[in-house]
Design a protein around this ligand. Structure first.
Ligand SMILES: C[S@@+](CC[C@H](N)C(=O)[O-])C[C@H]1O[C@@H](n2cnc3c(N)ncnc32)[C@H](O)[C@@H]1O
Length: 327
């Protein structure tokens, strides 16, 4: 099944994600491409483990999903997310038996090295999310990235590095076949945690959903008075930066049906990017409600709260008076 970010809990319980096989091991594959690896790899298990796949390419998602359906592979979920967001926000501590990375994008240029996935922060996060006996399995054709990843794993202080032979399934992925045809060698390493660091978890939650407990039910909002006449017709694109986030208020739109305006905001927080709508509703009691809109299934993060605060500040600058904030 394809899961959206807003369908997860933070962190999520593997037993909730895989109710038919809650006791099985859980593997995470990062950048599964067209999804060839997992159907082959799971043949090496007596009982198929649970599988989560993360990809940032929508086209790859569809190909991999069709493959899982065609081969009738169950207890497998795919999601379109950057790997670090999945590991950081969704995966619980010490829950994974394996993290698979086959032929990661090498980012070979010197000034792109910080785009690489397999750096110290990844290894620390991986060590926190892997359980005893679990490991990161890396297979790549890129010798320089391979050596870089081994050094970073060692520098993380929480991984041992064991170079070895790639599992046969990793030699049959789309990129494995491509590089083999070009005569390139493949490197493989197994990174095993020596510690499971306790890392702070991000404070994020999905937009309220009836299935979630009550305490997650607060949506960032504010109430103002003296702002009913404000229509933001002089609105200009603006940016707000805070710890770990950048919010850009891109544009404002007027509803044709209701006394409502909507502001479109773009939010970047590390690898997580969201576009959200913030509604401004002029209410019959004379107040104005500024509130995150449900549209698009936003995830409530510090950046999203800051977007609601930034829209509130726009109204305040034009004479609105805040009577209540909930962000
Ligand atoms: C070179 S391809 C390898 C695909 C596949 N593993 C294979 O061996 O054929 C790298 C894949 O990683 C995906 N990717 C890149 N950065 C990612 C990230 N931060 N999180 C998840 N996937 C990512 C890309 O979209 C791409 O499909």
């Amino acid at each position: 099944m394809i899961l959206q970010l807003s369908q997860f809990h933070f962190p999520d319980d593997p037993a909730r994600l895989f109710p038919d096989s809650p006791e099985r091991d859980l593997y995470l594959e990062i950048g599964f491409g067209d999804g060839r690896f997992w159907p082959q790899y799971l043949q090496s298990f007596e009982q198929p483990p649970n599988y989560l796949g993360v990809e940032v390419s929508g086209a790859s998602m569809q190909k991999a999903q069709r493959r899982l359906e065609r081969l009738k592979i169950g207890n497998a979920h795919l999601t379109k997310l950057p790997a670090l967001v999945m590991l950081d926000a969704v995966i619980p501590e010490q829950s994974l038996s394996g993290i698979i990375v086959n032929f990661p994008d090498p980012w070979p240029k010197q000034d792109h090295l910080d785009m690489r996935l397999l750096r110290v922060p990844f290894f620390r996060l991986a060590a926190s999310r892997l359980k005893a006996g679990g490991a990161v399995l890396l297979t790549t054709d890129h010798e320089e990235y391979f050596e870089f990843a081994c050094r970073e794993a060692q520098e993380s202080g929480v991984m041992t590095v064991e170079r070895g032979t790639a599992p046969p399934a990793a030699l049959e992925t789309k990129y494995a076949v491509k590089w083999r045809e070009l005569g390139l060698d493949v490197q493989h390493a197994r990174f095993t945690p020596t510690a499971h660091p306790a890392l702070p978890r991000p404070d994020i939650r999905p937009y309220p959903n009836a299935a979630l407990p009550q305490e997650t039910d607060a949506v960032p909002h504010a109430i103002l008075t003296n702002s009913q006449q404000l229509d933001l017709s002089d609105f200009e694109k603006s940016a707000v930066r805070g710890p770990g986030y950048t919010v850009v208020l891109l544009d404002a739109y007027r509803s044709l049906r209701r006394p409502e305006l909507t502001v479109l905001a773009h939010i970047e927080e590390g690898e997580l990017t969201q576009e959200v709508l913030v509604g401004i509703t002029h209410r019959s009691d004379g107040s104005t409600l500024v509130r995150l809109a449900k549209f698009g299934g936003p995830i409530i993060t510090a950046g999203v709260k800051a977007a609601v605060a930034a829209v509130t500040a726009e109204l305040q600058q034009r004479g609105g008076v805040i009577t209540h904030t909930g962000y």
